[in-house]
Design a protein around this ligand. Sequence first.
Ligand SMILES: [Zn+2]
Length: 165
Amino acid sequence: MGLYSKWKDLVVYFVQTQGEDAFWDEYVNIEEGIIRKILINHKNVFKGKVADLSKEFNTSPALFIGVVDGLNTALKNPLNLEDIEEDAEISLDIDFEKLYINISEAEAEELSSLPEWNVILPKEKLAELKLKYSPSKTLVTPEKVGRNEACPCGSGKKYKNCCGK
Ligand SMILES: [Zn+2]
């Protein structure tokens, strides 16, 4: 059985045994962790075997593929998920503008408000995309980064001495 089928079985099993709300709580946490790590490392492309990448993101291969399914349309080279096994080599080369659009369309505020967006796309661009693509047109732009806080790009420097210059 392929990983993608395993993922779908896992969703059905989880929802049947613990309910849909419990599933979404769990999934949203894992998804946010993965997306946050991708945003922090946006200058690099994550690539390698699915088994190794899922370890790097602290999750199981089936759950990892579930999150990749959600990212797939924002990949520069979308994956054929049905064919992917644990030893498949994949590359997560992300079009971040497209990802932000997808997140806005899905009204996933917990993802669109991550402070890491501030160092990937200009503030005006984020606001413009949000306004254009979110169904409810509410404008919640990414959390502001304090000047003395650690820069969301992951450099370890203060924001004011790095991307917030
Ligand atoms: Zn920075």
